[in-house]
Design a protein. Structure first.
Length: 107
């Protein structure tokens, strides 16, 4: 099953859900990774507190991988996006120097 993650809180809830779906406690996941239960709790509570390398280790310990895909840009594909994502602004392509697309959280 694919999980679309657009904000840190979604990452937090997906990590927690993946752990629970595998029947693991925070302590169990910590044991697999050589981390304390408290550190796993912090990762789940604040996924911005870890590096990308650590995130990949957590995902690997949970038996999943991260895949990056381009966002749909055609009108038909945009119509299929969740209602919460349809209100996002379209990047201004007329600028000479294009800034990276970011949401209100800096992602």
């Amino acid at each position: 099953m694919d999980h679309v993650i657009q904000v840190p809180s979604q990452l937090s809830s997906h990590i927690r859900a993946l752990r629970k779906a595998r029947g693991l406690s925070q302590a169990d996941l910590g044991d697999r990774m050589g981390l304390s239960q408290a550190r796993i709790a912090r990762i789940e509570g604040d996924p911005l507190s870890i590096s990308v390398e650590q995130l990949l280790r957590v995902l690997s310990a949970l038996g999943v991988r991260m895949t990056l895909e381009p966002r749909p840009t055609t009108p038909a594909a945009l119509a299929l996006r969740p209602q919460s994502a349809q209100g996002t602004a379209t990047p201004d392509t007329t600028r000479a120097k294009r800034e990276p697309d970011r949401d209100e959280n800096g992602w």
